[in-house]
Ligand binder design. Structure first.
Ligand SMILES: Cc1cc2nc3c(=O)[nH]c(=O)nc-3n(C[C@H](O)[C@H](O)[C@H](O)COP(=O)(O)OP(=O)(O)OC[C@H]3O[C@@H](n4cnc5c(N)ncnc54)[C@H](O)[C@@H]3O)c2cc1C
Length: 301
């Protein structure tokens, strides 16, 4: 269960309070504030705070005094221009703070994004909950035969059942031992900072994660991508929905240029030009490796 009834009550109380401000607020984002959006079996993302909106990006780009100078259409055009030309600092004027609950093995991938501020739940100080990520049957796959860093066909039947059983049994046994080791019932009890080392990487952790919009887009481009592991991609997908409500013009430009767009090498551009002139270009005549050609065909084909 990602959110307990007590936590739901705390969230409802936080949502019932309002504050007056002269700062820009975004109705779409206000609707998200504090609410937990469930991800995986026990995880979630929640918006704790945010700063800025689409106008803030334009204000910074124009270094203007007031709210905004031009029409919404002009703002959208400017944002698209900034995104297209990698003029990134105006996007850094917007920030978001999220509360994320995620399995430790996902956290290890996430924490590689260094341009954010993080504070994680302390398993030295507190006792971790008995919550482990157990994949849904449709997400238990065999090793991919074409991509070393990926998964292939879905495991079925007895093999899938056996895998699930191992995951559940190991998680249960590890947590039972964790509890037994830290217990001070008839013994001193092992320190929490030591007992946790025996817990598997599918146990859930939590953190507050604050990042600016430019670096968030970088994270989303890498982690909402089909090459990212499913378990982190679903978090990125959930964040994408929030960002679309927060800065609709910036998100739309990001979706178009980064998520939906593609980057071509000089060789690839040359091939496109030759193809447009009617030449039949093959991998052998393209100057590209087999892998590059396959990816190029994926883009234009
Ligand atoms: C599909 C996929 C597979 C991956 N596989 C592996 C793997 O097998 N092994 C592995 O170790 N990692 C792997 N990674 C992690 C990857 O190499 C990056 O560490 C991660 O995506 C964070 O990217 P970043 O450094 O650009 O982001 P951030 O740390 O957020 O940095 C953003 C940008 O800031 C700049 N920057 C930040 N810190 C520095 C610095 N110290 N020096 C110079 N510039 C800096 C860079 O321009 C960087 O692009 C993988 C990532 C993906 C998406």
């Amino acid at each position: 269960m990602p959110i307990s009834p007590e936590q739901a009550q705390e969230i409802a109380e936080a949502r019932s309070q309002t504050h007056t401000t002269m700062r820009a607020t975004v109705p779409g984002m206000e609707a998200h504030l504090y609410t937990a959006h469930e991800v995986l079996d026990h995880g979630f993302i929640r918006v704790i705070d945010y700063m800025g909106d689409d106008s803030a990006i334009c204000q910074a780009a124009r270094v203007s005094y007031g709210k905004g100078t031009k029409s919404v259409q002009n703002d959208e055009g400017l944002i698209r221009y900034l995104m297209r030309h990698w003029h990134s600092t105006p996007f850094e004027m917007c920030e978001i703070k999220l509360h994320v609950k995620l399995p430790v093995f996902v956290a290890r991938q996430w924490i590689r994004h260094r341009t954010a501020n993080v504070n994680e739940y302390s398993a030295r100080y507190s006792i971790l909950d008995r919550e482990f990520y157990i994949p849904a049957p449709e997400h238990i796959n065999a090793q991919s035969v074409v991509n070393n860093q990926g998964r292939g066909k879905i495991l079925e039947g007895e093999e899938a059942a056996r895998v699930l059983e191992i995951l559940k049994a190991d998680s249960t046994r590890a947590y039972d031992n964790y509890e037994a080791m830290i217990s001070d019932d008839g013994q001193d009890g092992l320190a929490r900072e030591l007992a946790r080392m025996n817990l598997p990487a599918n146990i859930y952790t939590q953190w507050y994660w604050k990042v600016d919009l430019h670096n968030l887009f970088h994270f989303l481009r890498l982690r909402a991508d089909s090459h990212a592991q499913y378990e982190i991609r679903v978090y990125a997908d959930a964040i994408c929905k929030v960002v679309a409500d927060w800065v609709p013009a910036a998100y739309s430009a990001f979706e178009d240029y980064r998520l939906g767009g593609a980057q071509l090498s000089g060789k690839a551009v040359d091939c496109v030009r030759r193809m447009l002139k009617g030449e039949e270009v093959t991998q052998e005549t393209s100057g590209m490796s087999k892998g590059e050609w396959r990816e190029f065909m994926g883009v234009i084909g």
